[in-house]
Design a protein around this ligand. Structure first.
Ligand SMILES: Cc1ncc(COP(=O)(O)O)c(C=O)c1O
Length: 236
């Protein structure tokens, strides 16, 4: 029996289990903001209809500059995708045929997109699933044989927030052994962002931060995500 690869797909799950789809479903795999879109988006929505017939701006403006301003980085450090999901595909294509480490348990799309591009994935289990303790020395050892390391912060599905200092230690080591670190911060705007590594992008050229407009702003259908990195020009 094959289950849907991703959550938020109740219909496909019922179908794969051959169960009749109930009228009311409470989908606990759905992780977008239950309060819905911000008022500002709702207010603007009717005026956006006239833009539907136009191709989007090739430079992804004004979104790119606004996002750069919000994060206080250069616009050149921003690469926008159709959701963070497309950014993951772009990354996997860029690193095709290389070697990756994925800390587990985590978001299943890392492994899936990487393997699709022929990347050899080393799944590294955290020390304790509940506290999601990253085995730093073990990870460093594995980084010596890897080109890229994926960390989800806060982690999906365990929800644990890893300290910025731990990620910075790994970034420093990554510079020594030539290993890039992707930090997926799709859910970090649910925290006070103190542990976000966006402020480290200017210091570490081996850092790629992934962000999504899906979760906090309940904009899953718009498909809007982006990467913040000195390497961004390679992904646009
Ligand atoms: C940890 C994580 N990263 C990235 C994504 C993809 O987000 P987007 O909706 O921007 O494609 C998801 C979606 O579930 C996710 O849970």
């Amino acid at each position: 029996m094959s289950y849907p690869a991703h959550g938020a797909n109740a219909e496909a799950l019922y179908n794969s289990l051959h169960i009749e789809i109930p009228k009311n479903i409470i989908d606990l795999s759905e992780n977008v903001n239950a309060l819905g879109q911000p008022q500002a988006v709702k207010a603007l929505w009717p005026t956006l209809l006239s833009s539907l017939g136009k191709y989007p701006n090739e430079q992804v403006e004004p979104f790119r500059s606004k996002i750069a301003e919000y994060h206080q980085v250069a616009p050149a450090y921003i690469a926008v995708g159709n959701g963070a999901a497309e950014c993951l595909m772009v990354l996997a294509r860029h690193f095709q045929q290389s070697r990756a480490i994925v800390l587990e348990p985590s978001f299943s799309e890392y492994k899936r997109t990487l393997q699709q591009e022929g990347v050899a994935v080393h799944s590294l289990l955290v020390d304790d699933i509940q506290t999601y303790t990253i085995p730093v020395e073990h990870v460093k050892q594995a980084m010596e044989q890897a080109d890229i390391l994926y960390i989800c912060n806060p982690n999906n599905p365990t929800g644990v927030l890893t300290k910025k200092a731990i990620i910075e230690e790994l970034l420093q080591y990554g510079q020594q052994v030539d290993c890039t670190i992707v930090v997926d911060e799709a859910f970090i705007d649910w925290t006070d962002e103190e542990e976000s590594v966006v402020s480290l992008v200017s210091t570490y050229d081996n850092l790629i931060v992934l962000r999504s407009m899906t979760k906090m702003y309940a904009l899953a259908g718009v498909r809007l995500g982006y990467m913040i990195s000195q390497q961004a020009p390679k992904f646009v």
